[in-house]
Design a protein around this ligand. Structure first.
Ligand code: ZN
Length: 164
């Protein structure tokens, strides 16, 4: 097998993946749609998965369990907050378990999940929904190519239709 097909930093790697949690829930999968194309070594994947892909070849199929610390990290108790109902638009239909987008003090988008609704108080959780979870990936590597200089500068893949 030539070096050209080996996963390494700076390669653009195409994978099919299925992500299953320990309780058997499939939370994400590329099956039935286009595979994921990403720039290896640019932190576009969770660290544990990127590490497991390093050195693999086109055609490799494998399962890997990524511990939470190498995945989306452990939940931070400080990221769970109770806010007044009035912090949400009056017409929003709030339900336990629903997710919503908010902006932090640096104007970055973050995802929140409603954990509890008691009287006029809403408990919201800004941890990543997969924080604290072991991530069980089934991976198939379908392609590996060299990245362009521009892709390396930007730190991501320029696929068909990527425009900026
Ligand atoms: Zn770019």
């Amino acid at each position: 097998m030539s070096q050209a097909s080996v996963v390494a930093a700076g390669k653009v790697v195409t994978i099919h993946y299925t992500l299953t949690l320990d309780d058997g829930r499939v939370v994400d999968s590329s099956m039935g749609r286009d595979p994921l194309e990403y720039l290896h070594g640019a932190r576009n994947l969770v660290p544990g998965l990127e590490r497991e892909l390093t050195g693999r070849n086109v055609g490799d199929a494998f399962d890997v369990a990524v511990e939470a610390m190498d995945g989306y990290g452990m939940p931070d108790p400080a990221a769970v907050q109770t806010v007044p109902r009035g912090a949400f638009p009056p017409d929003a239909q709030l339900e336990v378990g629903m997710t919503f987008q908010a902006r932090d003090e640096n104007d970055r988008t973050m995802m929140g999940t409603i954990r509890a609704l008691v009287a006029d108080q809403v408990t919201v959780d800004f941890n990543h929904p997969l924080a604290g979870e072991r991530l069980n990936f089934a991976i198939v590597i379908t392609a590996v190519r060299e990245s362009t200089a521009q892709e390396r500068t930007h730190g991501h893949v320029h696929a068909h239709g990527h425009d900026h």
